[in-house]
Design a protein around this ligand. Structure first.
Ligand code: FAD
Length: 303
């Protein structure tokens, strides 16, 4: 019987400077060695940063062996813009999207043309149908966001589950969760989603956090309570090595627990850094990722 390994994926974002571009290229090379199933690339409301997203997607498709998953957001776009972007990204050779609404900036007063992520899923499916011949009748894979802690604008976790179900009905294939720090949050989301009829895989988003500043900023942005124990450990760490160890240890525990709870994969928020993620993978009790899916040499001798 073939053993199915959990899926492995990473989130990257486009670099903000030449220096961060160099370190991202190194990170990409390091992460590539682990044969991930896909690498997701974030998308920003800022027009200049969007170009960088496209450039990074282009790099991944043409210069690496990685399969990119393009994030796309409704905020800041007309329907026509989004349609163009989907076609452009498909034209680069990308075959996966993470369809998101995006955060609405406080100064935004005009209603969004596509007010919710579900409509973006529908739009991508429509473009897919129209471009079927170009895709050789192949299917585009569409992911959506899920929230173990409830989305800050939702009235309840139940509302979030209904929205997740509506995204599945619109054609989403899988979901990736926002960061969370207690496994019970992930299991609670999955259990409630299954009861409501959500069948698609819900992949936990894992973040090795190796700095208190990053942890507090992240929680502020995501509207989460700062996890006290982790914050205390990071605050009292004696040096950068200990910070690294604490972040890796915490993420490793989370990975073990979510895999025990039946998670179909692990999606790492990398902050464009590879060291902590690779250290987590090194310790995980699953076959080494670097040896996955390699054909024995004899299978290749006639090619
Ligand atoms: P939606 O699913 O549209 O939900 C947004 C809110 O509207 C929720 O409160 C929901 O309950 C409510 N809602 C939805 N449909 C309805 C309806 N029919 N009626 C009433 N209420 C409704 N942001 C970026 O800008 N760029 C990125 O690259 C990015 N990547 C992300 C990756 C992941 C894995 C995650 C989890 C989030 C990411 N985000 C990103 C953040 C995301 O854009 C925000 O969390 C945003 O506020 C919500 O996006 P959504 O796709 O979940 O929206």
């Amino acid at each position: 019987m073939t053993t199915v390994h959990p899926a492995l994926s990473y989130e990257l974002y486009p670099p903000r400077s030449h220096a961060s571009c160099d370190s991202l290229l190194k990170t990409i090379t390091e992460l590539e060695q682990t044969n991930p199933d896909y690498v997701s690339v974030t998308y920003s409301g800022d027009a200049q940063r969007r170009q960088k997203t496209l450039a990074l997607l282009d790099h991944l498709v043409h210069e690496t062996s990685l399969n990119p998953l393009a994030h796309l957001i409704c905020v800041g776009h007309s329907v026509a813009d989004l349609e163009r972007s989907v076609r452009l990204i498909l034209g680069l050779g990308v075959r996966g999207f993470l369809a998101l609404r995006g955060d609405i900036p406080p100064e935004n007063t005009r209603p969004l043309e596509l007010p919710f992520a579900r409509y973006l899923v529908e739009l991508i499916r429509r473009v897919e149908r129209e471009d079927f011949a170009h895709l050789a009748a192949g299917k585009v894979s569409i992911g959506v966001a899920a929230y173990p802690h409830k989305h800050p604008e939702s009235s309840s976790l139940l509302q979030d589950i209904e929205i997740l179900l509506s995204k599945q009905r619109a054609g989403a294939d899988f979901a990736i969760t926002q960061v969370f720090f207690e496994t019970e949050r992930y299991s609670g989301l999955v259990d409630a989603a299954r009861l409501a009829g959500v069948q698609m895989p819900i992949i936990p988003g894992i973040m090795p956090v190796t700095s208190l500043t990053r942890l507090t900023k992240l929680c502020e942005l995501a509207g989460l309570e700062v996890p006290r124990e982790l914050a205390h450990r990071l605050e009292t760490a004696s040096d950068s090595r200990e910070l690294h160890r604490i972040g890796v240890e915490h993420a490793l525990n989370q990975c073990r627990k979510v895999l025990d709870a039946g998670a179909p994969g692990l999606h790492f928020y990398t902050f464009n850094e590879h060291e902590a993620v690779l250290d987590v993978l090194e310790e995980l009790d699953v076959p080494r990722y670097s040896n996955r899916f390699k054909l024995p040499l004899s299978d290749l001798q006639y090619l």
